[in-house]
Ligand binder design. Sequence first.
Ligand code: NAD
Length: 263
Amino acid sequence: MDLGIKGKVAFVAAASKGLGRAVAEELATAGASLVLCARNAENLNLVAGQIVESSGVSVLPVAADVSNAEDVARAVKAGIEKFGRIDILVTNAGGPPAGGFEDLSREMWEATTRLTFNSVLELTRAVLPGMKERGWGRILNITSITVKQPVENLMLSNSLRAAVTGFARTLANEVATDGITVNNILPGYTRTERMEELARAASAREGISEAEANARWEAEIPMKRLGEPREFAALAAFLVSERASYITGTSIPVDGGWVRSLI
Ligand code: NAD
């Protein structure tokens, strides 16, 4: 299927690894030019070079911390200076720390609010005026299955991703007549470094091995396996494509059937 985004410019946040990287690769395959950000310039430059080599699209890597509003503004500005515009925004960041309410200090709440929620606001703030001017845009937030069904011991993720979802749903209505769609894509348990991090946390908390933690998650998933980042990226690419022009304000899981609700 031709996604109709050849020549569009996509900004993919937190794109040096995992889901962000997989989405960047998929969009490059569809012919989009890319602006990629992550905190570590060295890793990011390496990934950008690999994507250029495999797909031939133009890629601008910008080292930036998405939890810092000035970094976000600088990264988007660099992208606009190079390509003239940002048509597609994929928001993403590292995962919130695991823990229950009594494990989390006020500082952790504040830092994670900046990482998980404010990053979405600042990225959106930076790209939205141009999208409105051109009458075309796609905003896709990578959130989590925790918005459909909270996960035990992920208090920060369960809380702050709900805030992102409320923001996105409201914004979707505000910009619906500007040719801009706003959606959320909800990863289930997917094989990235984030899962290794969560397995280490479960192991330390419960005295089980990381393999046991993984086996427990697999048992909860109807498909009995973790997802692969490219399985997630396939839906992300569709949702930011021209073809998804009538889909807005929605939250779609890619989870092997993990969320048990009917809709
Ligand atoms: P990952 O740890 O594999 O990769 C995270 C990426 O974010 C890396 O490129 C890292 O460099 C970058 N990053 C981290 N903090 C950043 C910051 N402050 N500024 C800029 N870049 C930053 O994680 P992942 O599995 O790809 O997950 C991406 C998001 O999806 C996370 O928020 C995670 O919690 C969420 N999620 C993942 C899963 C899963 O199973 N993998 C499930 C549900 C939700």
